[in-house]
Design a protein around this ligand. Structure first.
Ligand code: ZN
Length: 73
């Protein structure tokens, strides 16, 4: 298994960041992030995107209530 060449998809990264991954998968992503700068960049971008969504929702309570993919806090 070559962790450094097996990039998690954006979706997997997002699930990792929202702690939606099973423990074993989360560990694999974490180990990968230790050695892969491009995935750290992707994770940071995904995180910034999720943060901007989150703050947008805070200004728009109706949108938050209607959001089908609520972020777990
Ligand atoms: Zn990677």
């Amino acid at each position: 298994m070559k962790l450094s060449e097996d990039h998690p998809t954006e979706e997997v990264l997002e699930r990792y960041l929202t702690e939606a991954l099973p423990e074993g998968d989360a560990e694999r992503v974490e180990e990968h992030l230790l050695v892969c700068h491009s995935c750290i960049d992707s994770a940071e971008q995904a995180l910034a995107f999720m943060e901007s969504l989150r703050s947008a929702f805070e200004y728009l309570p109706k949108a938050r209530a209607a959001g089908s993919q609520a972020l777990n806090e």
